[in-house]
Design a protein around this ligand. Structure first.
Ligand code: AR6
Length: 168
């Protein structure tokens, strides 16, 4: 597992993960950045998925082209909106990481980069979100024996410091 500070749209990995919403139609934050940098092919794929299954539920994940990005795929997952912690937010965030990883295995992806899902517009407490992200990824790699590189990409300094403390 690797940690970097920066913009996930710049990474040359097999898949980058998007912190999307249930509509899959784009938004602000990292979602906005991915659609802006990747171009319209990503939204076209998202619309096809919407036509098929009506979007993406919280905790689930879908996969599209990465359009003009250096990555091959974008895995769109939907983290929970933080609502005080009593609305299954922790298990839904765990599911978002797990289901993204399961899709990665299915597509024979060898390298994947995650943003800090739910910790922006969705206001999930950053420290707890980082613990969940790291524990879930570690657990998944351990139990499945999956062999791929996972990069945590922190955009803001606060998240970067939290991950640095937890990982090293
Ligand atoms: N690269 C990596 N990380 C980024 C980037 C970037 N270019 N830009 C922002 N982040 P957020 P959420 C970080 O708000 O909380 C959208 O409108 C940011 O610092 O993007 O899951 C969706 O459509 C933060 O740590 O996602 C949804 O409606 C992290 O990405 C909603 O926001 C996640 O922040 C999802 O909210």
């Amino acid at each position: 597992m690797k940690l970097i500070k920066g913009d996930i749209t710049k990474l040359t990995v097999d898949a980058i993960v998007n912190a999307a919403n249930t509509s899959l139609l784009g938004g602000g934050g990292v979602d906005g950045a991915i659609h802006r940098a990747g171009g319209p092919a990503i939204l076209e794929d998202c619309k096809r998925i919407r036509a098929r299954q009506g979007g993406c539920n919280v905790g689930e994940a879908v996969i599209t082209t990465a359009g003009n990005l250096p990555a091959k795929y974008v895995i769109h997952t939907v983290g929970p909106v933080w609502n005080g912690g009593k609305s299954s937010e922790e298990s839904l965030l765990t599911a978002a990481y797990k289901n993204s990883l399961a899709l990665a295995v299915e597509y024979e992806i060898k390298s994947i980069a995650f943003p800090n899902i739910s910790t922006g517009i969705y206001r999930f407490p950053k420290e707890r979100a980082a613990e969940i992200a790291i524990t879930t990824v570690k657990g998944f790699l351990h139990t499945t024996g999956a062999d791929f590189g996972v990069t945590f990409v922190c955009f803001d300094e606060e998240n970067y410091r939290i991950y640095e403390t937890l990982l090293y």
